[in-house]
Write a protein of this length. Sequence first.
Length: 630
Amino acid sequence: MRRALLIAGLVTFMVPFLLNGATATGEPHLPKFLKPISGTVSVDALATSAAGARAQTQVSAAALAPTTTSGGCADHSATNYRANQDCTNQSAPGFLGRASSQNETAVAVNPTNANNVIISQNDYRNGDGACGVNFSFDGGTHWGSGLAPMNFGGGFMGGARHYWTSGGDTSVAFDSSGEAYLMCQVFVRPFPTNDEGDNVPVAGSSAFEIFRSSDGGASWSFPGNYVVSTAGAADGGLGLLDKEYMTIDTSPSSPYKDRIYVAWANYPADFSEAPIYFAYSSDHGVTWHQTGEISGFSATLCPISFAGRPAGTCNNSQFADPFVAPNGNVYVAFVNGDNCAGAFSGCPGPSGDNHSQILIVKSTDGGNSFGNPVKVGDYNELPDCLTYTGQDAFRSCVPTAPLSTKSIFRAANYPSGVAVTNQTIVVDYASYINAHSNPSNPTGGGKCKPNGFSSTTGLPLYTGVGLVNGCNNDIVISASTNGGASFSGTTTDVANLPTRNNEGAQLADQWFQWSAKTPSGAVVASYYDRQYGNDMSSGNMDFTLAKPSGFVRVTDASMPPANDFPASGSVTYSTFMGDYTGLAVGPDGKAHPAWEDTRNPISTFNESADARTLTVFGFGGDIYTRSLST
């Protein structure tokens, strides 16, 4: 079971670029490639108008003035604004949708200027995965966008330079001065395409690059500084540096103010385990202290001997989210599968029990060392896609109710943490067993029960999948009032934890949440949501912001299922829409959620006929956002 869980993690977490993906929102309208280009301004012009954004340059942050949109295909509806400005590409048969997708967002707001917002994403506008970034100087109404200069990097392994084929898994943040930072995973696909100057192809190498921007995201430093880099497995390196996420300590009361932190999953050459690793920089990303493995040891929480490591080692972990408390304490929350569940031989409990757990570790010395893990709560991963849809083997997905093949994109439940105060820590995560789907709550006659793991894929099974008012994924909340020493989910069953989402007449799925703190100390969260219209049966999606005062439907129309990155041999529905979404709240209290949106059509052409004649075959993924009061 545990090995299968890791394999699921590799497919679910690693594939963002190895396989691709996307999603959408809104009503169909004129394809972007047919829209006239007008009112554009170059990125360089935007950069010039924004020069001197950082406070330490002696120029006021107010220099970041609203500008005209950069790019040929700006678009917005009544409330939703497109952040990436590239026009949707046409895809040849056999490459359907692969050059017309953006997904997996992160968001940051300049602490010195609430109008300066940056969104980053996986970006396939050039065909392969890259690190895309969008910037606004008027609070999210007008946007410029481009790609980070990630492909030409500094050398390592004795080389003067290194060429990266692909990238993604971005995160973005500002320091206290208003300098922006973009974190980007880069890697070389495992086939001989990269010449290091000595005619020796290097396959499978990977790294994390960090880029800086002094003009609000309009331009980025070149080349990026390496956080960590490794040769591929064939050359004696690691299997993959994966799923990194970055945060910056901007607290005025912290002894580690402006220190940059990064946490990630560190896969060895044989991909047999996935411990969480950590690094930090105290010089604005130029050099990095490698703290090393931090996922820790707990005989109680991690009793399974995994990959030959001693029992108690929490080394089957992914999806690390670092965040910082006002006093400078650093927290890293992550998913873990080293726990004992009834479906694993030798474990007590019901034979169908297939839960995993969310763990958290804490550093009180600026990331130099971490304590052993604390349990945030149990959770149940989304169900095996192959069993319930016949599609997308070895991945979990979010099935429709009733069941259909309209929703086969891979998905996983990811933690997002916020330090409200030094003592109050809140972690949101999702679970397929929750207060609404739990077997003791047979709302509408539907019941949901864990039912072990698939013998084919090793992924979770449930009774009640696809039943109306049966199984559904919810965003649950686990909180600590003692600085992370324990959480409400430490001893409380996940089915009894409060939920972030609202349920209407029909139980619905919520997933890919992200959380943020408001200036007043409240926590808000945004997520994909199927509580609107016929989303649960059609496979459509919406986006919601949960505020202390209630819920806001962020999208102004439901998004149709995406068709980019279709399943092998098919043009029906996408297999990937990223692994997370982004949310940030500015100093003015405005929330800025960002999501992959599928409102825009994508097209192909017949190469044996007139290649100028285009045919719309479905919907692709762009990044949309909205500014909302909290």
